[in-house]
Write a protein that binds this ligand. Sequence first.
Ligand SMILES: [Zn+2]
Length: 267
Amino acid sequence: MNRKIYQCFRCGYETKKSNIQNHFNRKKKCTRHKDCQYTDEQIKTLNEAQFNKDDYVKIQNGKIAEIINNNTIETQNNITNNITTQNNIQNQNIINIHINKLVGFNDDWVIDNLNENQKSNLLVTKLMYTQLIKMILENEFNHNVIIENEESTHGLIFKKINNEKKYEVISIETLIDESMKKLHKQLTSIYDNFSIENDNYLADNSFQDHISKQKDAANEKINNYINDKNTHEQVLKIIKDIYITNKDRAINNQKLVLEHNKYENGY
Ligand SMILES: [Zn+2]
């Protein structure tokens, strides 16, 4: 008889069913394995999926992405269903909290969630704009841009003006220009903070040199974007594609905003 082996997708621990259940029920969370690339939510999904017969087989056959994707679609559907069917106050409160945190495109993106590693990466990469926008989009409250597909000439941005929360049509050209400006501003502040925050490095001239070179590179990049036609087209496409990839998550926020506005206006 071949006994089933279960695993913890956070720490990589493998054992039989009863043990793994104890492991999952531990009060103190186990330590993330250094090779673990899943989000907390994905770990939870995978850990639970093992107890489902079909999913167990999928996991054994390496079809992990399938499980994660299915679950994401299911969660999204659940969110949508919840919105449309349970128009209750509690739900509205949750939506309100979410929407209050949702960042308007007319404001700076929230970058508090960037960890030291991510910030350090921005110091060594030549692709600082691409990397920063990707990091920014890891935070759902920054999902304020919707671009449908590569053919789109216009996109939608979420805007917060005083108490008004709305979506506005914007040309791709303006949208990417504004995005680049915002990214440049935030990159500059991240680089400047490096100089201020890292006392250890303050005495280190070569580190200060490096930061200022990296800032120069970031400046040069945005200047090329503005002045050089080829660079402009290339960058525009790259940033546009990143937004397109994030479309579904941005649409989720839009659904919440529409629902919120509907409720506010008493429909
Ligand atoms: Zn574990």
